[in-house]
Design a protein around this ligand. Structure first.
Ligand code: F3S
Length: 66
């Protein structure tokens, strides 16, 4: 089992919300500034998270695997 964590670099995130669209169970917009939170990723969400990271226009989503 791969434990994956995502970190959204809030200094880069511009609120494009591609991540929320692709993986709504993992990413969430908070308030008007479009901030996201970091979370551990359930196994069944890993592929979605990879797609979200690839889709982010400013590469704000960092994937950590341990
Ligand atoms: Fe931000 Fe990228 Fe998502 S800009 S809202 S992390 S698609």
């Amino acid at each position: 089992v791969v434990e994956m964590r995502t970190v959204v670099d809030l200094t880069r995130c511009q609120g494009y919300a591609q991540c929320v669209f692709l993986a709504p169970e993992v990413f969430e917009l908070h308030g008007e500034e479009g901030l996201l939170y970091t979370t551990a990723v359930p196994d069944d969400q890993v592929e979605r998270v990879r797609q979200a990271a690839a889709a982010c226009p400013v590469q704000a989503i960092l994937l950590g695997e341990e």
